[in-house]
Design a protein around this ligand. Structure first.
Ligand SMILES: Nc1ncnc2c1ncn2[C@@H]1O[C@H](COP(=O)(O)OP(=O)(O)OP(=O)(O)O)[C@@H](O)[C@H]1O
Length: 331
């Protein structure tokens, strides 16, 4: 005879509810968040006392939170802050974001400097780059160009204001997406450079760090919410084209299966190290601008494509050349 189901009391008990984070009020959450950032900065020796720190201010939530937290911590760290915003020349996006940065600077009484691609890069704006890389409309390559040029622009802006260090608002989710993207593209150069909380300033560049790199996106949003921070929350008009969107989607799936996936990826990148000789150079701003000025913008990006150097792109029949070594500090 079929065996009857065991009585309910004999069934294996359901697994205990996962031990979630301790519930805390908004004030305690913010205090804990600030303490964690302080710990990241002090333990990592990211910003020494006396540092003049240029905060890359995009108007978005991460850099808004970063600037605010660093302002709270500045007396304890013994640092002073300058906001540096880059105007990439993206119609319908950057002007509104810059307006948010201006409001922040006024509210927090922090000096703000705005540097523009058009002034730094011979008239090139991101909209012009997008037209050039795609022929018409928007292009997937846009974000690659923008990332390299922005890094250069931030360096220029930071030097302009006499900064000794640069900080950006990248959070743990941003970093995990970047690690995934670099793996998926087999981009050993960026994988090798991407780990750690920042770079000490190779090749004469200013030291850079990401004090929010161990904070999740959710924590950043919560902090902004509890501190009632005013930030610009729209996505860049070129973002829907970017490969990053796929990495973000994949990361969400991974996180659903393994909640620690984001921080695991961040820590994986920290532990990754390639021998210096195995590091292919990443394209720098000069190589990208050279490609744009020659009307061959895609040459300087991408693995396996023909690189640019002083002698110009390879001609038919010539062997493939690696991209030119960076003429600017490592990005
Ligand atoms: N236009 C800009 N000017 C100055 N710094 C910038 C600019 N865009 C980005 N950054 C810096 O790089 C970090 C990461 O860039 P990302 O593209 O994720 O910025 P975002 O999404 O526009 O804004 P945020 O990251 O501040 O929420 C920012 O947190 C900021 O510190």
């Amino acid at each position: 005879p079929p065996r009857s189901a065991p009585p309910a009391t004999r069934r294996a008990p359901p697994p205990p509810p996962a031990l979630g984070p301790r519930a805390v009020c908004g004030a305690c959450f913010c205090a804990a968040f600030e303490a964690e950032v302080l710990h990241t900065v002090v333990a990592g020796r990211l910003l020494p006392p006396g540092a003049v720190v240029a905060v890359g201010a995009s108007g978005g939530k991460d850099s808004t939170v970063l600037a605010h937290v660093l302002q709270v911590l500045a007396p304890r760290l013994g640092i002073s802050l300058r906001l540096v915003a880059v105007d990439e020349g993206i119609g319908g996006y950057r002007d509104a974001a810059l307006a948010a940065v201006r409001r922040q600077a006024a509210r927090w009484e922090l000096p703000l400097t705005v540097v523009a691609y058009a002034d730094l890069f011979g008239g090139w704006t991101m909209d012009a780059v997008a037209r050039s890389t795609a022929g018409s409309g928007r292009s997937r390559a846009c974000c690659t160009f923008c990332g390299v040029l922005r890094r250069r622009a931030l360096e220029e802006g930071a030097r302009l204001v006499g900064a000794t260090h640069i900080v950006t608002g990248h959070n743990a989710d941003d970093m995990a997406e970047t690690v995934l993207m670099n793996f998926l593209r087999g981009d050993a150069a960026r994988l090798a450079r991407g780990g750690g909380l920042g770079s000490p300033g190779e090749g004469g560049a200013l030291p850079r760090c990401r004090p929010l790199q161990l904070a999740s996106q959710k924590e950043v949003v919560l902090y902004a919410h509890f501190r009632r921070l005013d930030y610009f929350s729209e996505e860049c008009v070129y973002a829907p084209e970017a490969f990053r969107g796929h990495a973000r989607h994949l990361l969400k799936l991974l996180e659903a299966a393994r909640p620690s996936a984001v921080l695991d990826l961040v820590h994986s990148a920290e532990r990754l190290a390639l021998a210096p000789a195995a590091r292919p150079p990443a394209p720098g701003a000069c190589a990208l601008l050279d490609g744009l000025n020659r009307g061959r913008p895609r040459l300087a990006i991408g693995k396996g494509r023909r690189g640019l150097d002083e002698a110009g792109p390879p001609r038919d029949g010539e062997p493939e050349r690696a991209p030119a070594p960076e003429a600017v500090p490592a990005f």
